[in-house]
Ligand binder design. Structure first.
Ligand code: NI
Length: 184
């Protein structure tokens, strides 16, 4: 099942998502559906608040970007209850987009290395380091679990320029090839 995607302005995108345990109802199905949702919308990552669930699940499949960034070949992952342990390395700009903010892309500055604690889809615990585009995708999705959007991280000037556009998007002024959920 392909989920509709919550759009900027929807309050769930501003909530800190809750941890889950391995008995969370239909967990396997939710994860499969989240992958189906990114494949149908040409995304590379999705966090549960974007499918209107305030829980700490991220799915990523970097394959569509692997042609430009071979490092992402086979980078398909599920992160449950992730905790960012550290973000280090040089800050880098990267042009980000988001299924919850259709039509907008902006350069965002983030540290280039992370260390993450998480559980995988089988609830096996991991502590792992990521860098490059892998780290970038995780940081973007991790922000969703904290109620943060990439447009919060752009310069004050860019924010000012985008303000009315983002307001319009929150009210439905955008084109998307996937189903969406607006704030009531
Ligand atoms: Ni996003």
């Amino acid at each position: 099942m392909i989920y509709p995607v919550t759009i900027i302005g929807h309050p769930i995108l501003r909530k800190k998502a809750e941890e889950i345990d391995k008995d969370y109802p239909e967990l396997e199905k939710i994860i499969a559906n989240m992958f189906e949702t990114i494949y149908s919308s040409d995304g590379v990552g999705l966090a549960a608040p974007q499918i209107n669930k305030s829980i700490r699940i991220i799915v990523i499949d970097g394959e569509p970007m692997a042609e430009d960034d071979p490092d992402l070949t086979g980078f398909k992952k599920v992160f449950i209850n992730p905790k960012m342990i550290e973000e280090t390395g040089e800050e880098k700009l990267f042009n980000e987009g988001c299924l919850s903010i259709p039509g907008i892309r902006e350069d965002v500055n983030r540290p280039s290395k992370i260390k993450l604690h998480y559980f995988d889809e089988d609830f096996v615990e991991h502590e792992e380091e990521f860098d490059g585009t892998k780290a970038r995708i995780i940081q973007h999705e991790y922000d969703h679990l904290e109620g943060v959007l990439f447009t919060d991280r752009i310069s004050p000037l860019r924010k000012k320029i985008l303000k009315s556009k983002l307001m319009g998007i929150s009210k439905g002024k955008f084109k998307a090839t996937y189903r969406t959920i607006l704030a009531k």
